[in-house]
Design a protein around this ligand. Structure first.
Ligand code: PNS
Length: 165
């Protein structure tokens, strides 16, 4: 069974992430989409909320599992007996950062965790969770960036936060 993990913050999941999830799910028997529980960031959605959102957004893809992790990706992957991480590349600006993480993970895991990159489909290349949050915080239209139910949840969050990021 070929299994892979797609790690990320997913705060929130965008159509760009979902495009990567759909395409990666066709390459592996099981794709585990795993939300990083990063104590250093102050996310819009809690890890539990992000997991729930991802489960809803991927409910029609049977070989996708949604999970969360803390700490190093290599330890999480080893514990799950997964040897491939999937990441999306939008543009050259992503490349340097992603290359560094991929090489670090390969070195730290002594070759046990490799990274496969999927180039984001062109229509989603401009998308990032950060810009989607910024647009939503000012009441902008994010209907082309995230599924409708995510846009509604974001609207709710920003209403409660009085529009502050
Ligand atoms: O969606 P993001 O925030 O770009 O995802 C980054 C992520 C979660 C893939 C990366 O930060 C990560 O794997 N963090 C876990 C900690 C870790 O393993 N760091 C070592 C690589 S330098």
């Amino acid at each position: 069974m070929k299994r892979a993990v797609y790690p990320g913050s997913f705060d929130p999941v965008t159509y760009g992430h979902l495009d990567v999830i759909k395409r990666a799910s066709e390459m592996f028997d099981v794709l585990v989409v795993s939300v990083l529980n990063n104590k250093m960031k102050s996310p819009l959605f809690s890890v539990e909320e992000r997991v729930k959102i991802l489960k809803e957004a991927t409910k029609d893809i049977p070989n996708v599992e949604v999970d969360s992790f803390t700490g190093l990706l290599i330890n999480y992957a080893a514990q799950k007996q997964i040897h491939v991480a999937v990441r999306g590349l939008r543009a050259i600006t992503d490349f340097e950062y992603e290359l560094q993480i991929a090489q670090t993970n390969r070195k730290l895991s002594q070759g046990a965790l490799d990274t496969v990159f999927l180039t984001t489909s062109l229509e989603y290349a401009y998308l990032s969770s950060s810009s989607v949050k910024e647009i939503a915080s000012f009441g902008g239209d994010i209907s082309e960036c995230v599924p409708d139910f995510v846009a509604a949840l974001m609207k709710e969050k920003f209403r409660n936060r009085s529009g502050v990021l």
